[in-house]
Design a protein. Structure first.
Length: 276
């Protein structure tokens, strides 16, 4: 008899109205491909804690911003820890999975990120800019984002719940997708006003070294990560976001050979994760 196939619970919100993206299309296509190697069922993030017992691992994919189901997500993490359930990506990620504090920490460490502070007394550390982006540290998907002039920043709450960044005049945004520590593809938005109108991007060695440094910093042996950066007018790359919880992959923006190669890499990663 052949060995039983691994059973995966795939967490996604197929109905989430993401701007410029169709979560449902991406996850329907990707799960169809993964079914060649796994027995797989889909569920909403609110149902994951109740359903995880019957599976070998839980794969968190396009599940939407956690703040829309924070209690359910906290319950999921607690139950997964109590049961020893394997969760992919593993729940010890240091990027967006843990909130946006990493942007403050990486700024303080002198890493190439958009300068970020979370306390009014640190505003002097930010470079001069026409406007500043202010957003919740626990936010996602631009929820709660505001742009303010410098003279309006002094009245911000001092509880550390907000991030402040200079509004960067950048040429374009670019995203690098990795499975484990292996680069898969890159996409960029030529028009800064249309973030999700993406085209394939051919990274340089310097670009890949930039992105890989943040993947290595995150120390996730297994998982899918998206490193988002902006290209400044001076030609430098600055980290915008390290998405390690549920990165949208924009697989509809790459060709079939790239999608097939990504699926193969993800399949190998999941088998290695289950065997670890």
């Amino acid at each position: 008899m052949s060995a039983p196939r691994p059973r995966l619970l795939y967490v996604t919100d197929l109905a989430y109205p993401a701007r410029g993206r169709r979560y449902c299309d991406e996850d329907i296509d990707l799960t169809a491909r993964l079914r060649a190697s796994f027995d797989l069922a889909l569920c909403h993030p609110r149902e994951a804690a109740a359903l995880m017992d019957g599976f070998d691992a839980v794969v968190v994919r396009n599940s939407g911003p956690v703040l829309h189901h924070q209690e359910a997500y906290d319950r999921f993490r607690e139950r997964a820890g109590a049961l020893g359930t394997r969760v992919y990506n593993p729940l010890h990620g240091r990027g967006d999975m843990a909130g946006k504090q990493y942007l403050v920490d990486l700024t303080a460490a002198g890493r190439p990120v958009i300068p970020t502070v979370d306390r009014p007394e640190d505003l002097h550390r930010l470079p001069a800019a026409r406007e500043y982006a202010v957003k919740p540290k626990a936010g996602a998907d631009s929820i709660g984002l505001r742009f303010l002039p410098r003279e309006e920043l002094s009245g911000l709450a001092a509880d550390g719940g907000l991030l402040v960044q200079p509004r960067i005049d950048f040429a374009y945004e670019v995203s690098f997708v990795f499975v484990d520590d292996l680069f898969q593809y890159a996409l960029y938005a030529p028009d800064p006003e249309r973030r999700w109108v993406l085209e394939p991007y051919e990274p340089t060695e310097a670009d890949l070294a930039f992105a890989r440094a943040f993947v290595e910093w995150n120390t996730l042996r297994h998982g899918v990560q998206r490193v988002d950066a902006c290209r400044t007018r001076d030609g430098d790359l600055l980290l915008v976001e390290l998405e390690d919880l549920n990165p949208y992959l924009s697989l509809d923006r790459v060709g079939e050979p790239v999608r097939a190669r990504f699926t193969e890499a993800l399949t190998r990663s999941l088998h290695a994760f289950l065997a670890a």
